[in-house]
Design a protein around this ligand. Structure first.
Ligand code: C5P
Length: 312
């Protein structure tokens, strides 16, 4: 008797986790002819996560639960839906998929929550459909979905250039601990970049990577105090212009002894670097006590990028 080899059963469910990010430094040049700003940024992936559960379905279905889930669009405009469609087109798959998003990263908070959904959806659908695409091919699709998507796919620590999508891994030693002040009302990234243009009209400015040498040294040395002193965000004045009350969590974190405090990406989440996990909890408690955040989070970084955490 001969045994006929059978293909392994396709997965019926794939769960993927993707992290949020903090921009340790964000340096922005003038808007170019594509409408984007050339930038140099140092990303750190942090332990606040989006989870995407992918199961086969008729057509495209998006549902969401968890942090601020009511603010997430569940139609075709959702970035995870766009990711699944892009991948399906790329590999010629016609199957439908139900993507359930378990939100842990603030919505429109400057921490790449939507980008993490997209990166997780790419990895989940890739596994569900067995596409066999290489990591570089997935990174290429990620860059088409948004400037931050390649980084949350990759995770850890990296320097981003171009729109933020061209990545070079960066050395980083040890763990860094954060407290985040989150606002329920997010800021729109295009609006923050437009406010940046207004503030910098007529002012020569360039995205200068050389300015981040002390920051890169702090990462290599695993020195939180030096990292705190080197945190920098060119978009912070624009975010403060649109949301002046962000000055409050910035001040509260300083009073609570934060090693450094910065608006994360295009905001409005405020990221405070702590001396330890315990100190991060103290800063988070100070945000709550002062009433300067709708909610608080603590996290550590760097952490890995989007990856499968379960399948059946
Ligand atoms: O790439 P992503 O879709 O995340 O960008 C959202 C918006 O942010 C863009 O439409 C653009 O207005 C702005 N942006 C920019 N320069 C960048 C990245 C984003 O002006 N480097």
């Amino acid at each position: 008797m001969t045994l006929t080899p059978v293909d392994p059963l396709p997965s019926r469910e794939v769960r993927v986790r993707a992290p949020g990010k903090v921009n340790l430094s964000l340096r922005v040049g003038p808007r170019d002819h594509t409408g984007y700003h050339p930038l140099v940024t140092v990303f750190q992936a942090v332990s606040v996560y989006e989870e995407v559960v992918a199961v086969p379905a008729d057509g495209m279905v998006i549902t969401a639960s968890g942090l601020q889930a009511e603010a997430v669009p569940t139609d075709g405009s959702n970035l995870a839906a766009k990711a699944a469609r892009l991948l399906a087109e790329r590999v010629g798959v016609t199957d439908g998929v139900h993507l359930h998003l378990v939100k842990g990263v603030p919505v429109a908070g400057g921490m790449a929550g939507g980008s993490a959904d997209a990166a997780a959806a790419l990895v989940a659908c890739d596994a569900l459909w067995g596409t066999g695409l290489s990591r570089d091919e997935l990174l290429d699709l990620a860059a088409q979905l948004g400037s931050d998507v390649p980084f949350v796919l990759t995770g850890h620590t990296a320097v981003g250039s171009g729109r933020g999508h061209l990545l070079t891994p960066a050395m980083s030693r040890g763990e860094f601990h954060w407290a985040f002040a989150v606002r329920d009302r997010g800021l729109s990234t295009p609006e923050v970049f437009a406010a940046f243009d207004e503030l910098n009209r007529g002012v020569p400015h360039a995205a200068d990577a050389a300015a981040d040498v002390p920051l890169m040294q702090a990462l290599r040395a695993g020195d939180p105090s030096a990292l705190g002193a080197a945190l920098h965000n060119d978009l912070e004045p624009a975010a403060l212009e649109l949301a002046p009350d962000l000055a409050e969590p910035l001040a509260v974190a300083q009073d609570a002894g934060a090693l450094g405090v910065v608006v994360s990406g295009s905001g409005p989440t405020v990221a405070a670097l702590a001396r330890s996990r315990q100190h991060a909890l103290v800063i988070a408690a100070a945000f709550t006590a002062a009433g300067v955040a709708d909610r608080v989070l603590t996290a550590m970084g760097p952490v890995p990028g989007a990856r499968v955490v379960g399948s059946e």
